[in-house]
Design a protein around this ligand. Structure first.
Ligand code: AHG
Ligand code: MN
Ligand code: MN
Length: 285
């Protein structure tokens, strides 16, 4: 795909997601109930999960220059022409719908057919439905944060880098389910940083981008590959954090170096300041 065509496809996908964000936010109203369907990861879906996925599928597959659409909410890839492949987590943290807490949307744009690895990623972004709707975009080796109002995005931060001195941490899973080596690391971090864990990866990751620190949904005794999905969560977020000068890891290597073997595979996710990720990899035997 020619660079110019790829760039315009990335522009179009980012504009489409920015336009969809207020619609998704508004569409959460009245869609907080669970539906009796499961997603390909075997998780019960919220009405909003299904609805946001349909909205994004319709909008993104209509873009000239997009060849594939995939989401964590649907088993199969939608073939829609020639061009980039777009992998979406339509609603991240949908268990936060009931308590009306923050949620997000994650987008990864790959230049190879899915399932694709981190080196095939050409851009990634997340929308955060917080008090304000913001969109954080990593492309062209830089990270930019926008505020979204009425579908218009305005730049609020450019060339974002993680602060050098880490402040916050957030670790998912239940403590008794943490493997011993991760638990020992977590105990050290608990003595050094402030807890910020809200149950939606995007909100917790945005704390790390803002204040510096570490977020992890680690391997668990009951789930050695953790909970988060490589294609839809791990790789796009790893790309954003690494573009902002931080590091990512599945416990051994960058999330961008993990080879996807199937579209919905899970991966342990650790992201944050480089020194904290290096300490983590040393701690995991
Ligand atoms: P999703 O709603 O897209 O399935 O993502 C939920 C994920 C992630 O956002 C968050 O970090 C994690 O689930 C929270 O899991 P716990 O409820 O086990 O803490
Ligand atoms: Mn998610
Ligand atoms: Mn989701």
């Amino acid at each position: 795909m020619h660079t110019a065509d790829r760039r315009s496809a990335v522009d179009a996908v980012m504009d489409t997601v920015a336009t969809a964000a207020p619609q998704i936010r508004q569409g959460l109203v009245g869609r907080r109930t669970k539906v009796d369907e499961e997603n390909p990861s075997g998780e019960t879906q919220a009405a909003a999960d299904v609805w946001a996925d349909k909205l994004l599928e319709n909008a993104i597959t209509a873009i000239d220059g997009v060849g594939q659409y995939a989401s964590e909410e649907r088993e199969d890839i939608v073939e829609c022409g020639e061009g980039v492949s777009v992998a979406v987590d339509p609603l991240d943290g949908s268990s936060n719908l009931r308590p009306n807490a923050a949620m997000g949307t994650i987008v990864g744009i790959y230049e190879q057919p899915l399932p694709a690895k981190g080196e095939d990623l050409v851009a990634a972004a997340y929308v955060l439905y917080g008090p304000i709707t913001t969109m954080t975009v990593a492309r062209d080796d830089t990270v930019t944060e926008y505020e979204i109002s009425d579908g218009e995005r305005s730049v609020v931060r450019e060339d974002i880098v993680l602060p050098d001195d880490p402040v916050v941490y957030g670790f998912g899973g239940r403590v008794p389910d943490w493997p011993g080596d991760f638990e020992a690391y977590a105990r050290e971090i608990e003595d050094e940083l402030k807890l910020r864990y809200g149950g939606a990866m995007i909100s917790d990751v945005n704390q790390v981008v803002t204040y510096g620190g570490i977020f992890a949904y680690p391997a668990l005794e009951s789930a050695p590959n953790g909970k988060l999905r490589l294609q839809f969560e791990g790789i796009p977020i790893g790309y954003i954090i690494e573009t902002a000068g931080g590091a990512s890891s599945d416990g051994d290597r960058s999330l961008l170096a993990v080879e996807p073997t199937e579209l919905h595979q899970r991966v342990p996710v650790h992201i944050g300041n480089e020194a904290l990720i290096e300490r983590l990899e040393a701690a995991l035997t």
